[in-house]
Write a protein that binds this ligand. Structure first.
Ligand SMILES: [Fe+2]
Length: 208
């Protein structure tokens, strides 16, 4: 398994930020929106990993920084899915550990079907399901899933707020979103136990 160094990851990060800035500006989004999203996910992952004896905070940061590496490909052509696009880019660079995070981070609910992800091309979701069935999630996959679930665009936020935002944006039916919330909270609980502390406390989302 191969991972870029922190310096290599920074270069790759700068490269994708330039690309996503171009498309974000075209779509009327403020400059740096994606950059801030990637940074927030990386910081969440690093903080949680630093409280988890079995996870390396630097590796967590690198995976968080590059988890949406395929985003610009999806922005460029909606027939692409950022997960498989990022997976292919990272595999071609030889960074297979980042590749799996690019692919796995969207599927925190474990239900990898075109019906459950109707806003993405069905062929890409079927391909993702096939790759993941040969490479079951590990704790780094789960960590980036959770870290991404607690960033709404470019702000650190609680899971329900993030998922309510997604539901409104993509018109997700109420029963589907309540299933996703349930799975997301199970994932959080898994890390609360690993950390021996509420993840919301670790990220400053809860003070009591
Ligand atoms: Fe993301």
């Amino acid at each position: 398994m191969t991972l870029p160094t922190k310096e290599e990851a920074r270069e790759l990060f700068d490269y994708i930020c330039q690309k996503t800035d171009y498309f974000n500006c075209r779509n009327g989004l403020p400059e740096g929106t994606s950059r801030r999203h990637y940074l927030r996910v990386a910081e969440n992952a690093e903080r949680i990993a630093s409280k988890t004896p079995s996870l390396n905070p630097e590796k967590a940061y690198i995976l968080g920084l590059l988890h949406d590496y395929g985003e610009f490909k999806e922005q460029k052509d909606r027939r692409n899915f950022h997960g498989t696009a990022g997976y292919d880019e990272m595999m071609s660079l030889g960074f297979d550990e980042v590749a799996r995070t690019c692919l796995s981070h969207s599927f925190f609910d474990g239900c990898i079907t075109p019906e459950n992800y109707p806003s993405y091309p069905a062929d890409c979701i079927l391909r993702a399901a096939e790759i993941i069935s040969d490479n079951p999630f590990d704790d780094y996959d789960r960590l980036i899933q959770l870290s991404d679930l607690m960033v709404k665009t470019d702000q650190v936020t609680a899971i329900d707020e993030r998922l309510d935002f997604v539901a409104a944006k993509y018109h997700v039916p109420a029963d589907v979103i309540s299933f996703k919330k349930e799975r997301a909270h199970e994932l959080k609980k898994y890390f609360d136990n690993l950390c021996g502390e509420d993840v919301y406390h670790i990220l400053g989302l809860k003070n009591d």
